[in-house]
Write a protein that binds this ligand. Sequence first.
Ligand code: ZN
Length: 55
Amino acid sequence: MYEYACPECGVKFEKLRRMSEADSPARCACCGAENASRVLSTFAAGGCGPGRNFG
Ligand SMILES: [Zn+2]
């Protein structure tokens, strides 16, 4: 699992990706932006609507 932060809505989310893809931009699980970038900080549960029904 890798962690990403979305520059559009600010949410952080986890995503399971291949190591070779880890540093590529990810799709935001919240707003769908394609340019979420990988972050190395510990995962902090953020708000993205009730329930956080990601993936
Ligand atoms: Zn987003």
